[in-house]
Write a new protein. Structure first.
Length: 137
C-alpha cells in the first residue's frame, strides 16, 4: 500500500501555510477578470484538493460572489498579501490552492481553462487543455 502524498503551499513570507493530501482533484487556469485582479496576473492557476487539509497562520478573508451566484471565501496573508487558497461557501468537499504557492515546477499541469473569453490574446496555452468561454459550472 502506498502512502499518500502530502503537499505544502505557503505565502511569500511563510506566515500562512496550507497542507493538502493526495493528488489534485483537478488543476486549471481561470482568465476571469476577478481572478486577474485577485492575482495581479493575467490568469489564476488553481489546484483543487479533497479534505482533509490543515492551515497554519493567520489569514485575511475576502468573500466574493461568482458569476453563477456561488460565494467564494478567499484567504490572503495579512503580512505579505499573497493569495493562498479559497473555498466555496456551503461546499466542504474541496479547497482550491494557488498552484504557484507550492513552488514546485514538477506540479501537475492544468487540464482545463475557464473564461477563455477573457484570456489575453498573447497568452498561449497547451493544446491538450479543455477550454470553456465561461464557467462550465
Amino acid at each position: 500500500m502506498t502512502e499518500a502524498i502530502t503537499r505544502s503551499a505557503s505565502c511569500q513570507c511563510g506566515q500562512l501555510r496550507i497542507e493538502v493530501e493526495g493528488e489534485p482533484l483537478g488543476v486549471g487556469v481561470c482568465h476571469c477578470l476577478a481572478c486577474q485582479r485577485r492575482t495581479g496576473s493575467v490568469f489564476a492557476a488553481l489546484a483543487r484538493f479533497a479534505p482533509p487539509y490543515h492551515v497554519e497562520g493567520t489569514a485575511t478573508e475576502y468573500l466574493r460572489r461568482g458569476d453563477q451566484g456561488a460565494l467564494f471565501r478567499f484567504r490572503f496573508c495579512p503580512l505579505c498579501g499573497s493569495n493562498l487558497f479559497h473555498t466555496e461557501e456551503g461546499v466542504d468537499s474541496s479547497v482550491s490552492v494557488a498552484v504557484g504557492a507550492f513552488a514546485d515546477p514538477a506540479f501537475p499541469a492544468p487540464s482545463v481553462s475557464v473564461y477563455d473569453c477573457r484570456r489575453h490574446p498573447w497568452v498561449a496555452l497547451p493544446n491538450a487543455l479543455k477550454s470553456f468561454d465561461t464557467d462550465p459550472g
